[in-house]
Design a protein around this ligand. Structure first.
Ligand SMILES: Nc1nc2c(ncn2[C@@H]2O[C@H](COP(=O)(O)OP(=O)(O)OP(=O)(O)O)[C@@H](O)[C@H]2O)c(=O)[nH]1
Ligand SMILES: [Mg+2]
Ligand SMILES: [Zn+2]
Length: 333
């Protein structure tokens, strides 16, 4: 979907509406807080965020619908918070605890907005359908490197490929294996490869990322048989999935670990990255950085470019370099 461009006037209007809404919500939160009275502050984890309402899980695994005070920042899925109980099912969040990590993604206006926090692993899901985008995969990998969270590449829907096709498809990802990224093949439908996935998810807070329709929610369903997460049908005409998951949601796995399902994207624009950060985001470039003839080499056409030389000698995959150059055009310098 094309990004909506808003006029300044529209933006101001939205801002005014949001401020008014914030004011209302804050008084709601204050009311809840006075209703909370003497109930002791406790720690909880944000399981889901729906507008201004948070789903908070307490230490016993019980879920509460909570308002939040406005001056505490923007808690997202995976955040640890301090909250107070109001009644059997509701509460109010009074503080956001410091984060170990945060994954952001640009909103409609291009501003980075946190999507999930305290994640320890990015699970990038791809499938034979919708057709994988190496460009999107590389953007996720740059993100992983930039925020220093290890990625795992999971290829889903292997049941769609028969005979030698499965092997052939998986081979496409060999360049990523040789860089050092783990790649595993799974099928949410046939429940194939799930043991290995479960093992990788144990003791981590992982987030499932990927295009809409690759089967992120289906994987959650396969891993949590008691859960029934809504999944979408792939539209036959476009081969693209419908956006069925609308908010990042955190699930506790029976074997240990938390798994966050996230809404699919068709593209993931990296913004706010410097050229240097982008270079560091391609981990196999590291040995060659700083070895080009020109210190501000763009690795595109300059003579004496160490990155181009590494590509020619087979040490850097040409498609990765192509995606780097494309991204380097897209992000600010
Ligand atoms: N054949 C096959 N189909 C699958 C598999 N996993 C998911 N699907 C199908 O793919 C479609 C999309 O699955 P979802 O789980 O909704 O995909 P998603 O990644 O959560 O999509 P968004 O929420 O839109 O981001 C559904 O029709 C699923 O039944 C699989 O392993 N094999
Ligand atoms: Mg989904
Ligand atoms: Zn260069």
């Amino acid at each position: 979907m094309a990004r909506r461009r808003l006029s300044k006037q529209q933006k101001n209007r939205i801002q005014a509406i949001q401020e008014k809404r914030r004011g209302r919500l804050d008084s709601k939160a204050r009311q809840s807080l006075s209703a909370a009275g003497e109930s002791p502050p406790q720690e909880g984890r944000v399981i889901i965020r729906h507008g201004a309402t948070l789903g908070i899980m307490d230490a016993q695994g019980k879920l509460y619908r909570c308002q939040t005070r406005q001056n505490i920042g923007h808690p997202v899925c995976g955040d640890w918070v301090i909250w107070q109980q109001v009644d059997e099912t509701t509460g109010v969040v009074t503080a956001l605890l410091p984060r170990n990590s945060v994954l952001s993604r640009p909103d409609y206006s291009g501003r980075q907005k946190p999507l999930a926090a305290n994640i320890t692993q990015l699970v990038i899901v791809l499938a034979p359908r919708p057709e994988p985008s190496g460009y999107l995969l590389d953007q996720y990998l740059v993100t992983a490197e930039t925020i220093a969270i290890p990625p795992l590449i999971a290829i889903n829907k292997l049941d769609l490929l028969e005979g030698g096709l499965e092997h052939e498809f998986l081979q496409r990802f060999d360049p990523y294996r040789s860089i050092g990224y783990p790649v595993i093949g799974v099928s949410a439908k046939r429940e194939h490869g799930l043991d290995l996935l479960i093992d990788k998810l144990k003791d981590e807070t992982s987030i499932l990322l990927g295009q809409s329709g690759v089967g992120k929610s289906s994987l959650v369903n396969a891993l949590l048989p008691t859960m029934s997460v809504e999944t979408g049908r792939l539209s036959d005409a476009t081969g693209l999935g419908r956006h069925t998951t609308s908010a990042a949601t955190c699930y506790s796995l029976p074997q240990g670990g938390e798994l966050i399902d996230s809404p699919g994207v068709r593209s993931f624009r990296l913004t706010d990255l410097s050229q240097q950060e982008l270079e560091r985001g391609f981990t196999e470039f590291h040995p060659f950085l700083g070895r080009c003839r020109f210190h501000n080499c763009s690795h595109d056409h300059e003579p004496g470019c160490a990155i181009q030389a590494a590509m020619e000698s087979g040490e850097i995959n040409p498609l990765r370099l192509e995606n780097f150059l494309r991204l380097s055009q897209a992000v600010g310098r």
